[in-house]
Design a protein around this ligand. Sequence first.
Ligand code: UD1
Ligand code: CA
Length: 475
Amino acid sequence: MSRQSPLVFVMAAGLGTRMKSDLAKVLHKVAGRPMIHWVVGAARAAGAKKVVAILGHQSDTVKAALDASFGAGAVEVAIQSEQRGTGHAVQCALPAVEKESDDRIVVILTGDAPLLGSERIAELADACAASPAGMALLSTVPDRDMPYGRLVRENGKLVKIVEHPDATPEQRQIKDTNAGFYAIKLGHLRRDLATLKANNAKGELYLTDLVAHAAERGGATAIDAPFTEVTGVNDRVDLSAVDAHARRRINEAWMRAGVTMVDPASTYIDADVGPIGQDCWLAPNVCLRGKTSLGAGVRVDVGCVITDVSVADNVNLKPYSIMTESALGARAQIGPFSHCRPGSRIDEDAHLGNFVETKKTHMMAGSKANHLAYLGDASIGARANIGAGTITCNYDGVGKYQTTIEAGAFIGSDSQLVAPVTVGRDAYVGSGTTVTKDVPRGALALTRVKQVNVEGWADRFREAQAKRKKTPNGD
Ligand code: UD1
Ligand code: CA
């Protein structure tokens, strides 16, 4: 069948009262991505010619989120300032397609049902194209009691949808319900929307009344879809169920692509993460967030939280390492308990050990900081060795300053580098040194006080203590 690219409306003007939230419902996230982004993304993947979001509550915030993700104005916005029902919502979007011809197909989606896939949207548009009535919709049989519109059929023909509040007890027994997604020829939409009346239990303009109009043309086509795919989010219980389902789908896709997950149920991968290379190994309680990507053969052990990080091949992330907005080079060894804050670049074969924190720091190839260090605003040359307890003093309460440690330098344990300062190539900094001046190439920097040994002092001290204890009241 030759497909035309549909016009898509996304209804998202409702308040979402049951979320009990200051955030617009459609901006609540499922697998790290706002619900409405899932819907817009699926519409685009289905070849939508134009996507119009119908917004009301917090329309500015929602529009800003759409612009940020899809490009300014890529998703058109129609404002429904007063929520007078789904039929009214679609009326508000008609001016956005004013110039389109009557035979174009309009797909109408809701912004709070993120799991609907692009194939289903295309199937819906195709069914509309094939339907003599010029209308198709998705039906579903919910797995629990839902206050959905019921599909009323007579002799097999779909004659109308009765909304839950308007339905008789007999009609409420009908298993087939309206999932809330439609495809309809624009000409029918224009004509039929104009006739809607609010003569119903909610006093709203029901979009679902269009089905009765389609019955006069032979009846709309209903496509049955699994409830899990069409389920909408009304409260945070629904949100968690939809989120769990989305994550399961994401994890299964990565496992099929060659990623091992010890416990998929406790592996949290956001929708925008990827690629993840073959033979990656993910332990329980790993969170991959934002735009993180992993090369091939990466090991991510228990409890790592990786956000917006690009990880090259064969990196080994040991347990409980927290990485944000950073880049890890091939074969880097990280953790346990390492913390890369934004702007960290850890090059190939570099090591970061336990309780090492970096920020805006570039650790070049083969450099090592294996224990207990703070490295901020620093450039650390290839093969340099950073001893335990090293601190770059990058902040004086006002400005931030740069520390440069050149290739092959050796920073002894418990040293402070007071920035701005440079330690030259292959130089040594003795343990416990406070470096305030640049260290020339190949030099040794030392600021320690000279060691004094007092012969026999410890023995004399203990003897004196013992005598004190024997005398009365000497405690
Ligand atoms: C709607 C359907 C119902 C279907 C159910 C599936 C109607 C009349 N009923 O009911 O048959 O079983 O979805 O979930 O359509 N919206 C607006 N503006 C409005 C009203 C709603 O943009 O004035 C948006 C909402 O933000 C939401 C969507 O439309 O995204 C559906 O609205 P909602 O009030 O949730 O409809 P239901 O009562 O659930
Ligand atoms: Ca709803």
